[in-house]
Design a protein around this ligand. Sequence first.
Ligand SMILES: [Zn+2]
Ligand SMILES: [Zn+2]
Length: 83
Amino acid sequence: MGIDVELIRGDFKNDVFNCAVCKQLLENPVEIFSCEHTFCKACLPDGINSCPECRTQFCPDHDVRPPCLFMKKTLAEIKLMCG
Ligand SMILES: [Zn+2]
Ligand SMILES: [Zn+2]
């Protein structure tokens, strides 16, 4: 039977996979460790030290990391379906 595609699409509207800055699907996502918000790498300006979404202060050198494997894999699957 497989998974209902319409159901998956519904889940993809979840904000978790959208960048709060550009409102698009995350591109080269990076996660702010302090508040766990995720943005496109390009949407986080160099030297920024507070989250664009919730204003949590963070250290750009230590608190920004690539997202977990689950998010990377899910994003890759979404892109496959959209492309
Ligand atoms: Zn973005
Ligand atoms: Zn945040």
